[in-house]
Design a protein around this ligand. Structure first.
Ligand SMILES: [Ca+2]
Ligand SMILES: [Ca+2]
Ligand SMILES: [Ca+2]
Length: 226
């Protein structure tokens, strides 16, 4: 009888694990790594007069992104600074393009995006790095408007690498949310933002089913002992 329980327990545990793995397979509903935007594209405010190389300083936004306060820069691979080398503004190589959250107007920027979502559980994920240039730390407020606001302040020091952060939130009903990243201060050297995504997290029904399976098994075992 003991053997039967051990085998059954192993099977349930395996199913439980598979169930969790499958159920946790969240669906990405929004994703942007900024790599698709055109450097120097005037349509997105990319080219400033008098600069001798294409650049996207004081980026106006594209792909649904907009700047609601201050300014931000679109920098990274292939960008350059007034006559500098092409890679001079690629502060952390290997990330394509990314955002400097404090543009070139001495006003820390707020970069925002709207998104229409159904009711449910979600997680906002993004990578944030230090400014890589000056020692003053950057404070970034991440704001998600979901009826009741979700705010999180993250501090990044100068040499901090890209680190992934996640902010979960729940939408009680279908609505359009706004998520934004606001860099405090204004010294033209802001925290760096890349790989922003929003994923729907399904409620793992399989866990409940398998959980009740476990309860039943424990009950059966007790019965058997008695
Ligand atoms: Ca990128
Ligand atoms: Ca800047
Ligand atoms: Ca700064």
């Amino acid at each position: 009888m003991k053997k039967w329980f051990t085998s059954a327990f192993v099977i349930v545990c395996l199913a439980f694990t598979v169930g969790i793995t499958g159920a946790w397979g969240s669906t990405t509903v929004f994703s942007d790594n900024f790599d698709s935007y055109l450097i120097g594209d005037p349509a997105s405010g990319g080219t400033l007069p008098g600069w001798d190389v294409p650049n996207s300083l004081n980026w106006k936004g594209a792909g649904g992104w907009y700047v609601s306060a201050g300014s931000v820069d679109l920098i990274g691979t292939g960008t350059a600074y007034g006559g500098g080398t092409v890679s001079s503004w690629d502060l952390i190589h290997g990330n394509g393009l990314y955002i400097d959250l404090d543009g070139t107007t001495n006003q820390g920027g707020t970069l925002a995006h709207d998104l229409s979502l159904q009711a449910g559980k979600y997680v906002l994920t993004f990578d944030l790095a230090g400014n890589q240039r000056i020692s003053t730390p950057d404070l970034v407020t991440i704001h998600v408007s979901v009826g009741t606001f979700v705010d999180q302040v993250i501090t990044r020091n100068m040499t901090d690498p890209f680190t992934t952060y996640s902010i979960p939130f729940t939408l009680p009903g279908a609505s359009t949310i706004t998520f934004s990243f606001a860099n405090a201060g204004g010294d033209n050297q802001g925290a760096l933002l890349d790989r922003v995504s929003v994923s729907a997290v399904p409620i793992p029904g399989a866990i409940w089913l398998l959980g009740s399976g476990l309860v039943a098994l424990i009950g059966a075992r007790r019965k058997c002992r008695a």
